[in-house]
Write a protein that binds this ligand. Structure first.
Ligand SMILES: Cc1cc2nc3c(=O)[nH]c(=O)nc-3n(C[C@H](O)[C@H](O)[C@H](O)COP(=O)(O)OP(=O)(O)OC[C@H]3O[C@@H](n4cnc5c(N)ncnc54)[C@H](O)[C@@H]3O)c2cc1C
Length: 253
């Protein structure tokens, strides 16, 4: 590796690093991504792969989520990334959840979303949207449907994106290269040095590494998020992503 110059250097090949690299490349900049591992091993390949729009905080966050979903759609088709689920069904089990769902529909974020009361389930089932029995919907009160979401398998999608960026967009990747320190426009890595007009640090949850000097003034703490992979019965197909109404408390929108 030589002391090459770029317009933008991105540290970390997770989804945040890839997003910065993609936006910079679209603007005609020369871009490189430096990743300490042989591929991304961070949260970006361990997550649910859920591209969420409805439920994100209103205004700026929602607007950004709408934009992100558009970018994902564009890239999924270019990089041959399989979209596994389209749309989200939120199962309202409590009367409060029905109220929240209906109130959400009155906001600008409710565009194209729809609430289906219990009485509509047989019609939805007949249209092949889902099977009431297998989803255990008998005791629910209604369903809020949002068409905006989709889900990809992150373990496949992230390497596919990186491949596409490297081979089709001409973004340089320096794999197995740890960024040790940054001074001005230079970054020092475990292999050699690189220079750039701008450097973007996207090291994920590594609070003590190269990002430490920039983030230590914030009181950041890591939290945990549990994930469970279930083995479904043969032939069982989800109609889209399914969320319980507990999610209504988690998502600010
Ligand atoms: C269980 C779980 C489920 C989730 N589900 C979803 C979901 O469905 N939808 C959603 O939108 N979000 C979800 N999230 C959140 C999402 O995964 C993260 O917000 C996102 O992946 C963070 O991406 P990142 O690029 O910041 O970090 P990461 O993916 O962690 O990438 C950081 C990269 O930087 C590299 N790096 C770090 N330091 C250096 C260095 N010094 N030199 C070189 N490389 C370095 C690391 O090796 C790593 O590859 C979930 C998170 C978890 C934990």
């Amino acid at each position: 590796m030589t002391n090459k110059n770029y317009d933008l250097l991105v540290v970390g090949s997770g989804i945040v690093g890839l997003a910065h690299a993609y936006e910079a490349k679209k603007r005609g900049l020369s871009v490189a991504i430096v990743e300490q591992n042989a591929s991304c091993t961070g949260a970006s390949i361990r997550n649910f792969g859920f591209i969420t729009v409805s439920g994100q905080s209103s205004r700026d966050t929602w607007r950004r989520a709408v934009y992100s979903a558009q970018v994902w759609r564009e890239l999924a088709s270019l990089a041959n990334i399989k979209v596994l689920h389209q749309g989200t069904w939120i199962v309202c089990q409590r009367p409060e959840a029905v109220e929240v769902a209906k109130a959400f529909l009155q906001t600008p974020m409710g565009v194209d979303c729809k609430y289906y009361p219990l009485a509509d389930y047989p019609t939805l089932e007949a249209l092949g949207h889902f099977n009431i029995e297998s989803l255990n919907l008998k005791n629910s009160l209604g369903l809020l449907y949002s068409p905006h979401e989709f889900r990809v398998e992150s373990r496949e999608a992230i390497p596919q994106l990186a491949n596409y960026f490297e081979n089709e967009l001409g973004i340089d990747f320096y794999w197995e290269t740890e960024v040790l320190s940054i001074s001005g426009s230079a970054i020092h890595t475990s292999n050699n040095g690189l220079n750039a007009q701008r450097i973007v640090l996207c090291p994920g949850s590594q609070l003590t590494g190269v990002a430490k000097p920039f983030i230590e003034k914030y009181d950041l703490k890591l939290c945990t998020l549990q994930m469970l992979r279930v083995k479904v019965q043969d032939g069982f197909v989800l109609p889209g992503s399914i969320m319980t109404d507990n999610s209504l408390a988690r998502y600010l929108g």
